[in-house]
Design a protein around this ligand. Structure first.
Ligand SMILES: [Fe+2]
Length: 208
């Protein structure tokens, strides 16, 4: 009789232990998931439809090499609408982001003019391939068929090598011929500023 009781006790102990182990695994899985979700600095996984590599262009006449490394490219005296830009730089298949890449930006001011000293600068992506910079919403420029809608020019350098020259645009070009929606900055307006998001996908397959 005593042996039977011990067996039952043993079976009960194993059952309780199993429940505890399963509970722990479930809890750890859920906790790990919620913890990962809270780490906003991890790059989002892009859908194939959002993985359109940046187009290449010539950069135009206003680029200046060796712009200063700084996060805020607008002068203190600007009267433009504040713009906080951020995003990730991805490889050409969007399977990885690129850490320590240099984003070299230049744009027109809020008055639609290029300046030597401001509205240009360089920033570097962090370990997650994330970049950010501060500027203002640029004004478009040019007349008639030469009109250029507001845009921000950029180059990406990886390991000191220029890999793409391209541009990002604003909502006013949506639906216009020659402007793909994927090149439009995702903008949200806050009380005093605009928050812009734009992911850059390197067209060069070499950086996969
Ligand atoms: Fe331009």
């Amino acid at each position: 009789m005593k042996i039977k009781l011990d067996r039952k006790y043993l079976q009960y102990s194993i059952f309780v232990s199993l429940i505890l182990v399963i509970s722990y695994v479930l809890f750890a899985t859920v906790f790990s998931f919620t913890t990962k979700k809270a780490q906003s600095s991890l790059p989002p996984v892009l859908a194939a439809s959002d993985c359109l590599p940046a187009f290449r262009d010539g950069g135009g006449p206003y680029y200046q090499a060796n712009a200063p490394f700084r996060e805020n490219i607008a002068p203190d005296s600007t009267t433009g609408e504040k713009l906080y830009m951020e995003g990730y730089i991805y490889n050409s298949t969007c399977t990885n982001t690129i850490a320590h890449a240099t984003l070299d930006i230049w744009q027109a001011s809020e008055e639609g003019t290029y300046e030597d000293e401001y509205y240009r600068g360089q920033v570097t992506t962090d370990e997650n391939g994330y970049y950010k910079f501060e500027s203002v919403i640029p004004l478009g420029y040019g007349e008639g068929t030469a009109y250029r809608p507001p845009h921000i020019h950029f180059k990406v350098h990886i390991d000191g090598e220029e890999v793409v020259t391209s541009q990002m645009f604003f909502e006013d070009v949506r639906g216009r011929q020659g402007f793909n929606d994927e090149y439009i900055i995702d903008l949200e307006q806050n009380a005093n500023a605009w928050n812009g998001t734009h992911n850059i996908i390197i067209p060069d397959i070499k950086f996969n």
